[in-house]
Design a protein around this ligand. Structure first.
Ligand code: ZN
Ligand code: ZN
Length: 211
C-alpha cells in the first residue's frame, strides 16, 4: 500500500510529498521545490530508499531543487509532460524573479504522457495529463490508496492560476472535470499548496468547479 508524507517547502509553502511502498520502503519525492536537506532528513527518519523524483510541473516552487537533488543522489527525474519544457529551461530566470536560491534547468530522464504509469516498490500510480495551469502539468493517482497528487491544478476551494504564459482557464476546467472527477468523489487529493480535500467536497462547494 502507498504511504505518503507531505512537507511544505520554500517561501510558497509548496506541498512536496514523499510517497513510498510500505512493503519495500522504496520512495519517490514529488516536486522537490527546495529545502533538500530537510526532505532528506525525513527520508532518513522514515527509513526510506529514495529512488526517483516525480515532477507535476516545472514552476520554481515545485522544481527549484530537482536538478540538485537528482545530481546529489543520482536519481532519475520522471516527468513532467513535454509541454513544460519552456518552464524547465526558464528555471534560472524563475528563481531570480521570485527571490529563490539559484535554480538549474534539468533534462527529465523520462517524460510523461496521459495514462502512463509510474511505479514505486509494489505500488503503481496512474498519470493524467492536466494542462491549463501549465501546458505540461501531470497528476499522480493511486486508485488503491484513493489519493491523487495534483500539484497546482486544484486546491481546496480554488483552482490553479492561468495567467501565466500558455495558461488556459477553460483547459484547466476541462482537465479537472474530465480527468480528476472520474477518480471518484471519495478520492483525497493533495494539492500543491494548502490543505487536502476530496473531489466530492470540491464538486459540492468549490465555486470554480462545483456541479
Ligand atoms: Zn505552479
Ligand atoms: Zn505551486
Amino acid at each position: 500500500m502507498l504511504r505518503y508524507l507531505t512537507v511544505p517547502v520554500t517561501a510558497f509553502a509548496q506541498n512536496c510529498s514523499l510517497v513510498w511502498c510500505d512493503e519495500t520502503k522504496d520512495a519517490a519525492v514529488i516536486d522537490p521545490g527546495g529545502e533538500l536537506d530537510r526532505l532528506l532528513a525525513e527520508v532518513q527518519r522514515l527509513g526510506l530508499n529514495l529512488k526517483a523524483i516525480w515532477q507535476t510541473h516545472a514552476h520554481i516552487d515545485h522544481a527549484g531543487g530537482t536538478a540538485e537533488l537528482a545530481r546529489r543522489l543520482s536519481l532519475p527525474i520522471i516527468g513532467p509532460h513535454p509541454g513544460d519544457q519552456f518552464w524547465i529551461t526558464g528555471l534560472p530566470q524563475q528563481g531570480a524573479m521570485f527571490g529563490f536560491p539559484p535554480a538549474e534547468a534539468f533534462t527529465p530522464t523520462r517524460w510523461l504522457a496521459d495514462r502512463d504509469t509510474v511505479q514505486i516498490g509494489r505500488c503503481a500510480l496512474d498519470v493524467r495529463h492536466c494542462p491549463g495551469h501549465t501546458p505540461g502539468h501531470v497528476v499522480f493517482h493511486s486508485a488503491e490508496a484513493k489519493r491523487a497528487f495534483v500539484g497546482d491544478v486544484l486546491f481546496a476551494g480554488s483552482i490553479g492560476r492561468t495567467d501565466f504564459p500558455q495558461g488556459n482557464h477553460q483547459q484547466l476546467l476541462d482537465s479537472i472535470k474530465e480527468r480528476l472527477w472520474p477518480m471518484g468523489d471519495d478520492t483525497v487529493f493533495i494539492p500543491g499548496h494548502g490543505p487536502e480535500s476530496t473531489f466530492g467536497e470540491e464538486r459540492r462547494s468549490n465555486p470554480y468547479v462545483r456541479d
